[in-house]
Design a protein around this ligand. Sequence first.
Ligand code: PLP
Length: 473
Amino acid sequence: MNTSTLIAPPALVQRAEKQDTQAIQALDSAHFIHPFTDHGDLATRGARVITHADGIYVWDSEGNKILDGMSGLWCVNAGYGRKELADAAYQQLMTLPFYNSFFQTTNVPAVQLAAKLAALAPKVGDRSFNHVFFSSSGSESNDTNVRMARRYWDLLGQSQRKVIISRHNAYHGSTMAGASLGGMSGMHAQGDLPIPNITHIDQPYYFENARGGESKADFGLRAARWLEEKILEIGPEKVAAFIAEPVQGAGGVIIPPETYWPEIQRIVDQYGILLICDEVICAFGRLGHWFAYEKFGIKPDLVTFAKGVTSGYIPLGGVMVGNRVAEVLIDKGGEFNHGYTYSGHPVACAVGLANLNLMERENLPGRVRTETGPYLATQFEALKDHPLVGDAETCGFVAGLVLVKDKANKQMFDPDRAVGMICRGHCFRNGLIMRAVGDRMIIAPPLSMTVAQIDEMMGLIRRCLDATLADVR
Ligand code: PLP
């Protein structure tokens, strides 16, 4: 195949089911630097070329239909092929494709989306969310959080409060601040991270970190108190904020014990530090609520969002700014010297608005909370009977299971065997996208998934677990 046919017309390249895969892979490897990819591997094995999608399925260039258990990258909450989202983008592109929101200028979709988000964000205790700052991604939003938290304390005359505490194995993005806030050792090892004044405590991962015989409830309290110990070690007067995902996503779907968040709240309240909930994955129905802080009864001051706000159809992120910060930063702070060209991008906001309306009309968060989420939970619970599964748990529409060598003794496989990757390979070959984080296998399917489709997915998961077992025995 002549490679020029790959460049034009794009519609053919994107839609045709059968492609000259090798030619696309060669072009890809020659020109495209991918995120989180070993390019040596890419050159020898070639990238999987995804050509189109519909509902909960994607197709590759070889014509394989694959059930997307990861919603793209935790973002296609409404499922693929939603014409009304494409229509919203088209209409807005023809009306006003771009204008900036700097210097006392605004646009209608950005205003409408900000108001919609404020209406969807529930008040908890004395915290309300009436203000939104827009960016184009989760990473940019977390950078914004660092700047906002520091600006907040500056304005209150407490500039010494600079330290932000996060957790090991958290993921908060790939910019300098995002990767520093995150607790991924592989990322810190590249490029002198974290940047100054960002530090980490351990994650509340019961399966791995609990002491023998320790109850989940006790472990949750102990894990939360690592925050208090860290605050006291640093000096409370120097701590600006604590940031955490309500449920850790990229770290392997780490669901904290029920006692964890109330104790964290007690600690941040006691020391007066800001609480930032990173809900880039957890918001917009993923855990059965518009925002996950509601599920856990958390009272955050800043809430990061991205991904599901547009179901990933177009990049958009932002920060819900709670009243505590808003009253200082916005009402009294004068000009905040921060912003992105695409803050409040009219097309992204129009798609966001259409997506939230669609999700509201189809009651996707409610279905996850009362119907499909509980059904998925029962199915995952049943997986615990599988010889390879040491633990399996869900929270709304995220789920994880641990592959173990010996269930009775909770003994893990030697990491060098890369059993998670073996399992992931079986998933691909059997038409299922499931992610491996070490030997934790995780999913986050589209919220539009039906009960029958959950059954289909569970059948595939069991088949892949059986195939993995046959390989590792
Ligand atoms: N925060 C969390 C919790 C995430 O899961 C992610 C991405 O997966 C990010 C931040 C970064 O978002 P982005 O990739 O849009 O910059």
